[in-house]
Design a protein around this ligand. Structure first.
Ligand SMILES: [Zn+2]
Length: 52
C-alpha cells in the first residue's frame, strides 16, 4: 500500500511523493495534493486487483 504526501518548495511549487519512490513536481500545492491522492488511490486499486 502506498502512502503519498506533499511538500511545498521555497519557490511556491510543490512536490508530491510517496514512500514507494514515486514523485511528481507541480506548480501549486493544490495540484500536488490532487496528484498524491490520485497516486495513492491508483496504487490501492492495483493492489486490490491483484488480491482479488
Ligand atoms: Zn506509491
Amino acid at each position: 500500500m502506498c502512502y503519498a504526501d506533499t511538500v511545498t518548495n521555497d519557490d511556491g511549487t510543490a512536490t508530491a511523493f510517496c514512500y514507494c519512490g514515486w514523485s511528481a513536481d507541480h506548480a501549486t500545492p493544490e495540484a500536488a495534493d490532487t496528484d498524491a491522492e490520485r497516486h495513492q488511490t491508483a496504487a490501492d486499486a492495483a493492489e486490490s486487483a491483484l488480491a482479488a
